[in-house]
Ligand binder design. Structure first.
Ligand code: SAM
Length: 311
């Protein structure tokens, strides 16, 4: 089978985000763990390769490795190497950046195209309060090293929180401009794993108003088609992207992404865990490609926009 598969809402499946571990070396106060349930099992690099091989057959073009923290896996370079051998248009990683100074070059050599580094603040104390440890300088070094070895683009994922870092957006933008990096602002999503139940109501910072400001000062605005209709603002030689899924019907309408959980299930939506489809068990049993493709298609048919326009 070749060509792109569409879900029941006419959304083609273009990208696959694979959570390769639930383990993490930090404990961010807001973390939604990529919407994953707790688990201790992980897929091998060969199983990840097999999932990607089948994904390619149904038309997936882009692979993103995430977690947990993907760089805590000792075989991360081998995983990238194996996935890269399948010749996707694009392979990327989302990381907290703490091990990037160590891995950036090897990852690039293994076939990684680009990288997103989560960094919410440039203030050491705020960083420690959010992440739970002192690693800001290492993350900054990792970002600079990623640029130096030719990963492109490098993006900074900044989750914007009211009263924590919302007043730092433009400072972060200056930092990204200085290093030729793109700033991606992320609206915080309610997370059940937050210790404090009031956290989201206290710290939710709606990015819609900030986007109005960006629109006023931007030299140019572009819309990322097939990427949840995210807007890109070009300002003074730099670039800011805004990701705000909360209550955003356009975000869901233009979502082309399927997810895989660390224990190898297809996860049709970031915000749901009641429609997962087991996959890696069938790879372990030695199922034929046709059956694995059918399982993927079942997962795709389970997709439904989380936020829909009511009419
Ligand atoms: N450990 C890696 C990292 O830190 O980038 C990958 C996993 S992390 C869950 C993936 C992305 O989700 C990060 O950019 C993080 O900032 C974002 N994220 C985590 N919890 C979030 C939340 N409650 N709302 C919005 N974004 C969140």
């Amino acid at each position: 089978m070749n060509g792109k598969v569409k879900d029941d809402y006419e959304r083609p499946i273009i990208s696959l985000r694979i959570s390769i571990t639930n383990r993490c070396n930090v404990n961010c106060i807001y973390c939604h763990h990529d919407g994953m349930l707790e688990s201790s099992s992980e897929m091998t690099s060969d199983e990840i390769y097999e999932i990607c091989r089948i994904a390619k057959k149904i038309g997936v073009e882009k692979i993103r490795l995430s977690g947990g923290e993907p760089l805590v896996r000792k075989d991360i370079v081998e995983i990238v190497q194996k996935v890269a051998s399948l010749d996707f248009k694009d392979i990327s990683i989302t990381t907290n950046g703490i091990f990037l100074d160590k891995y950036a070059k090897d990852l690039k050599d293994a076939g990684l195209d680009r990288i997103n580094v989560s960094l919410d603040t440039l203030n050491e104390e705020t960083y420690k309060n959010i992440v739970g440890k002192n690693a800001l300088q290492r993350v900054k070094d990792g970002i600079i090293e990623s640029c130096a070895v030719g990963l492109y683009p490098v993006k900074i994922n900044m989750v914007v929180m009211n009263n924590i870092n919302n007043d730092e957006i433009m400072d972060m933008f200056e930092f990204t401009k200085e290093h030729g990096v793109i700033l991606q602002l992320i609206e915080i999503i309610e997370s059940e794993s937050c210790d404090d139940n009031d956290f989201n109501s206290m710290y939710h910072y709606p990015l819609a108003d900030f986007e109005k400001y960006l629109a006023e000062i931007a030299d140019e605005i572009k819309i990322r088609e097939f990427m949840q209709d995210r807007k890109k603002y070009f300002i003074d030689g730099g670039e800011i992207e805004v990701v705000h899924p909360v209550d955003n019907t356009n975000f869901c309408k233009n979502c082309t992404r399927l997810r895989i959980t660390p224990e190898g299930q297809i996860k049709p939506c970031l915000l749901r865990n009641d429609n997962l489809v087991p996959l890696v068990d069938f790879i372990r049993k030695g199922s034929a490609d046709e059956e694995l493709v059918d399982i993927f298609i079942k997962g795709i048919h389970n997709r439904e926009p989380y936020y829909k326009e009511e009419n």
